[in-house]
Design a protein around this ligand. Structure first.
Ligand SMILES: [Zn+2]
Length: 302
């Protein structure tokens, strides 16, 4: 019901209006102009990779392609780094493929647009840590949980190189909000006792081992952000907890969290042909990204 999804968010500042325009344009590019992008729509997958690479370049960064092959076809994770004096890496990632049959505006055009906007905002600024922005390929089934998942290949290479990554943040489906009663569902009925029934918040999810990172991120987010947030460190077997690229980093012992609007537990167009750019709430999506900008700046000071 996109017509009913009228934002109750605080009015945006001029900077936030600029950010909202960037987010809207990049979601439109990925999900509207390019559209469905995956191994069955391979030219579109590569068009998305080119777009991300060009976006990094236009921000003054030097993108790198980290490539592997699936049945003779090249697949690219794409990253760009801002080096700090401290070689420990704060990694912000989002998958850029879309599930079969979906243009993937919210899942995960929203995450990629946010990742690119954050890269633009930190480019040219001095950071203490090394900030690394990554677009992952092949997150969706049948690659999800397989050895060919883009982020799993990428995290394995990080481990092999000895990269120190104390912070991994996965931006996964972050653009849909609703003020309707019972617009928020939960994977297990038990969780519904503790959590709001209205899908007007952004969620932060971690496995139990990443709970310290989760607490830091939520504390920083709540200091600045103008949108409600909820967080939980949960065993990774609970449905939804491991459903994105943070799981790949957990596999290699790195702490990681997922930022999400909870996707299937809220978004009526999840993994469907109707996951189109018009469904997103760009005002509240913007407030999530400005909050994450502050979170990254805060984490960098630690
Ligand atoms: Zn996704």
């Amino acid at each position: 019901m996109p017509g009913k999804n009228i934002s109750k968010a605080a009015p945006l500042s001029p900077d936030e209006v600029t950010l909202r325009d960037e987010l809207r344009a990049d979601v439109q590019k990925l999900a509207g102009d390019i559209g469905e992008r995956n191994m069955w729509h391979y030219p579109q997958l590569n068009a998305a990779a080119d777009f991300i690479e060009n976006s990094f370049s236009r921000a003054g960064l030097r993108p790198r392609r980290d490539t592997y092959e699936i049945r003779g076809q090249a697949c690219h994770n794409i990253d760009a780094e801002i080096s700090g004096a401290n070689p420990e890496i704060i990694l912000i990632g989002a998958h850029y493929d879309s599930v079969f049959g979906s243009p993937g505006a919210n899942d995960n055009g929203s995450g990629v647009a946010a990742m690119l906007a954050l890269a633009r905002r930190f480019a040219g600024k001095a950071a203490q840590h090394t900030l690394r922005f990554v677009a992952f390929v092949n997150e969706e089934p049948p690659y999800f949980l397989s050895d060919e998942m883009g982020s799993l290949i990428y995290a394995g290479r990080c481990k092999a190189r000895g990269d120190k990554i104390p912070v991994m943040i996965s931006l996964e489906t972050i653009g849909y909000f609703s003020d309707a009663p019972n617009s928020q569902k939960y994977p297990s009925p038990g969780l519904g006792i503790f959590y709001p029934k209205v899908g007007n918040f952004i969620g932060f999810v971690a496995n139990v081992r990443s709970r310290t990172l989760l607490r830091r991120v939520i504390a920083a987010f709540r200091k600045y952000a103008k949108i409600p947030s909820e967080g939980a460190a949960l065993p990774s077997f609970i449905p939804g907890v491991s459903w994105s690229d943070q799981r790949s980093f957990w596999r290699y012992g790195y702490p990681g969290i997922m930022v999400t609007d909870t996707a299937p537990f809220r978004y009526p167009y999840y993994h469907s042909a109707d996951d189109t750019p018009d469904k997103l709430d760009y005002d509240r999506f913007t407030l999530v990204v400005t909050g994450m900008e502050k979170v990254i700046a805060d984490l960098d000071k630690l």
